[in-house]
Design a binder for this molecule. Structure first.
Ligand code: KMH
Ligand code: ZN
Length: 270
């Protein structure tokens, strides 16, 4: 089975002070996504920033960024509804009204580094229901074992449609540590037929991405997840991280999914 590579060019926390190559303006994000597409990425996971480089759910900035991406390449757009720790849920959830093909759904509240990531159950249910209505495929972010159980409850309530699509997030302080044991234990518990990828934050990014690919998962790459290509060596941009993930796909004897293959394997609703 081919492997889908998702590029995550900009996250909710790091700034250009952490890595000057972080794209934050709409045209910078669009350029980074187009380069990633040319290197093999089929999905772009997007966080947006305002004019002060703060995380934002501003629909105009999102629309502008998506338009610039669509001018450059046919990559599948996945909007983050995680957005940023200080952005209210009511603003975050409005992003799905833009009807991206995919969007993230974070099922539970948690500590997130030194901050707090608020995902109250009633808000998560409302967002899941709206995504289903709009035909936006949820990517379910599993930072800990109970988050999987929360997703299975949403499925049982009819709010999520199978096949479920999971990101197993390893290495956020407040969630599971970035270990192979945690990855394996989570993969073993996924419902049959689920689609999944590893999001390995920080130092273990390379190793856990490789293990995920070897186990049959998809891969995510980009400055959202790690700012370095090696210890003490800042990434020169998103491209080297995407190229590294593409090389890992080949290294475990798999091929990289193009957009049409990714649409099929992710079973996107439209
Ligand atoms: N930043 C990652 C730890 C989201 O954007 O909704 C998780 C993530 C979630 O990508
Ligand atoms: Zn994200």
């Amino acid at each position: 089975m081919s492997a889908v590579v998702t590029v995550a060019p900009t996250g909710p926390i790091a700034t250009k002070a952490d890595n000057p190559n972080l794209p934050t303006r709409p045209h910078e994000i669009a350029d980074a996504v187009a380069e990633a597409y040319a290197a093999g990425a089929a999905v772009a996971h997007l966080h947006l920033r305002d004019e002060h480089d703060r995380p934002t759910a501003d629909p105009d900035i999102a629309r502008r960024t998506i338009d610039l991406i669509e001018e450059r390449c046919p990559i599948i757009v996945q909007l983050s509804t995680g957005v940023g720790l200080d952005v209210p849920f009511e603003e975050r959830e409005r992003l799905v009204e833009l009807r991206p093909r995919m969007a993230t759904l974070n099922p539970c509240s948690m500590s997130f580094g030194e901050g707090e990531f608020r995902n109250p159950p009633k808000d998560v249910r409302r967002l899941a229901a709206r995504m289903r209505e709009l035909g936006v495929k949820p990517e379910l972010e599993i930072y800990d074992t109970g988050h999987l159980d929360a997703c299975l409850r949403l499925r049982d309530e009819g709010l999520l449609e199978e096949p479920l699509q999971f990101s197993i997030v390893l290495g956020v302080r407040g969630g599971m540590a970035a270990t192979a044991d945690n990855l394996l234990a989570t993969v073993r518990r996924l419902p049959a037929g689920s689609v999944w990828q590893v999001i390995a934050i920080g130092r273990a990014n390379l190793q856990l991405t490789a293990i995920g690919l070897a186990l049959g998962g998809n891969a995510r790459a980009g400055l959202e997840d790690t700012l370095h290509v090696a210890k003490g060596e800042p990434a020169a941009g998103n491209l080297p991280l995407v190229e590294r993930a593409v090389a890992l796909v080949g290294g475990v004897g798999r091929t990289v999914a193009d957009v049409a293959q990714a649409e099929r394997s992710l079973q996107l609703p439209r």
